[in-house]
Design a protein around this ligand. Structure first.
Ligand code: KIV
Length: 272
């Protein structure tokens, strides 16, 4: 096994221009597969709401659910850094609420860091968390918890339409988060040029998803990576497998075998 990845390693990787790899995971088998493949960080994203629970947005996801999924991922992890998402309304109400919920994700879930959506407005909360040594990953650009403000899942930092956060504010968000002590920032669905500018301006690594190649690392939702999603993946995702199709073909073959008396065979049966 290569060395365990810890929070300072991601900063070192940026300094050494080594690209950081991150994937979402929500359970033991996939976390084990990705960890064994050598991924640097595993994110228990609140995307679990859409990818696993079949919700229309990430908003209904609870702290308890993230703890439950983080426990499975933490059990599977040998090397990767485990980062748990703070779901909607688990950190916005007060700094005390943020501390208690981040603490639960670490203490009960086994996370090594937490991720919060938002820019300058949540910087004071990020500062409070990092002051007590809770490592925080930021997340700006398309922040799915802001789906109603944005009017849908829309590219940010481009044009001046209502619901689109302007590029200047996104730059300020990134700097405010860095000053508040984040160890990395996810940049989601923003123009590649803006992501390059942010990446050059901050010392902490940027992890892109729909933010171009200049970011210090990349993250994908595992269902998009594996072709396991119920819906069409976003334009920025690249599919590396077709597990939905493989699973439906496997299920159909099993149904036919049972209906036609081909399963179980002698090799699957016990004799007296
Ligand atoms: O919830 C999630 O999976 C995320 C990633 C898309 C970065 O926030």
């Amino acid at each position: 096994m290569r060395d365990k990845v810890r929070v300072p390693d991601l900063l070192r990787m940026k300094a050494e221009r080594r690209r950081i790899t991150m994937l979402t995971a929500y359970d033991y088998p996939f976390a084990r597969i990705f960890d064994t493949a050598g991924v640097d960080a595993l994110l228990i994203g609140d995307s679990v709401g859409m990818a696993v629970q079949g919700q229309q947005s990430t908003l209904p996801v609870t702290v308890e659910q993230i703890i439950y999924h983080t426990q499975m991922v933490a059990r599977a992890r040998r090397r990767a850094l485990v980062i748990a998402d703070m779901p909607f309304l688990s950190y916005q109400a007060s700094q005390e609420q943020a501390l208690l919920n981040a603490g639960r994700l670490i203490k009960e879930g086994g996370a090594e860091a937490v991720k919060l959506e938002g820019g300058a407005a949540i910087a004071p909360t990020v500062r409070r968390l990092t002051e007590i040594d809770v490592p925080v990953m930021g997340h700006i650009g398309l922040t799915p918890q802001s789906v109603h403000r944005m009017g849908g899942f829309r590219v940010q930092g481009r044009g001046g339409a209502p619901g689109v956060r302007p590029r200047e504010l996104l730059l300020k968000d990134a700097i405010a988060l860095e000053e508040a002590g984040v160890f990395a920032i996810v940049l989601e669905a923003i123009p590649a040029q803006l992501a390059a500018e942010i990446t050059a301006q901050v010392r902490v690594p940027t992890i892109g998803i729909g933010a171009g190649l200049a970011c210090d690392g990349q993250v994908l939702v595992m269902h998009d990576l594996l072709g396991l999603g119920a819906c069409e993946p976003p334009r920025f995702a690249k599919r590396y497998a077709a597990l939905w199709q493989d699973a439906s073909e496997a299920a159909s073959r099993y149904l036919t075998d049972v209906r036609e008396g081909r399963f179980p065979g002698p090799e699957h049966s016990y004799q007296e």
